[in-house]
Design a protein around this ligand. Sequence first.
Ligand code: ADP
Ligand code: ZN
Length: 293
Amino acid sequence: MSLLGAIEAGGTKFVCGIGQEDGTVVERISFPTTTPEETMAQVVDFFKGKDIAAIGAGSFGPIDPVKGSPTYGRITTTPKPYWSNFDMVGHLRSHFDLPIEFDTDVNGAALGEATWGAAQGLESCLYITVGTGIGAGAVVGGELIHGLSHPEMGHILVRRHPEDKFEGFCPYHGDCLEGLAAGPSLSKRWGIPGAELTPDHPAWAMEAYYLAQALMNYILILSPQKIVMGGGVMKQLQLFPLIHAELRKQLNGYVQVPAIMDDIENYIVPPQLGDNAGLCGALALAKKALAAG
Ligand code: ADP
Ligand code: ZN
């Protein structure tokens, strides 16, 4: 069995790992995201001399994951200092003569959950992270979704909660889903960090109201067989039953499938790969790279 290299490229930290084709991570390292020169030097140092057969990278975005595009492999228009237009795949190729698969962190996580986690054996699933931002990736018909670029499901528009006075913080759209429901919206709206809000605080019903609307839209458009919800905010496990109830209310009996009508607790779930969801996602991308050769 070949060893694989995995890179979870986050906006605040990078996690690199060595794993096996069965999803087991055998070694991992993490360091802060600074400049591409400094951070990528640490990535290269970690993998140099290791007996790996392919590399998978799941990255913060926006990125260009479309093979054949002139800017394929780059982090594109990020406001993150120094990283705009950074050619991640080109940089890796200049150091490693290996198959490389490059995708969004959330597409990677969706593939990881479909390969080894909560959506194992299913043809389709959606992975959404609710953290510093909101992003989602999806597997449909066994394939990750790309198109012009990649989906940006965190920036969809949602109906405002009647009692919400917060204007939203998305620099592009103000009160899109990310602007109203990502981690920073909790502290900006309620004055204390999300992690310090008590489980019975009204913040969570409002949060569930927004997230359920997003899930309803994803279900209506993609019809995923499983929805996996990760990221810092979803550590608040009381959100799950609130989201289940709110989603049922909003769908109002329109999608009559047993997964939603009778078994929603097993339909919308936390990542089975837990805190390894991101790194295992990158590992799943590496496995894909290996298969593609
Ligand atoms: P990132 O999105 O940067 O990769 P995380 O998924 O950890 O990182 O998300 C960080 C965001 O989640 C922050 O806005 C933080 O306030 C929020 N957060 C982290 N832990 C919790 C928690 N236990 N409850 C609520 N919010 C949290
Ligand atoms: Zn937005």
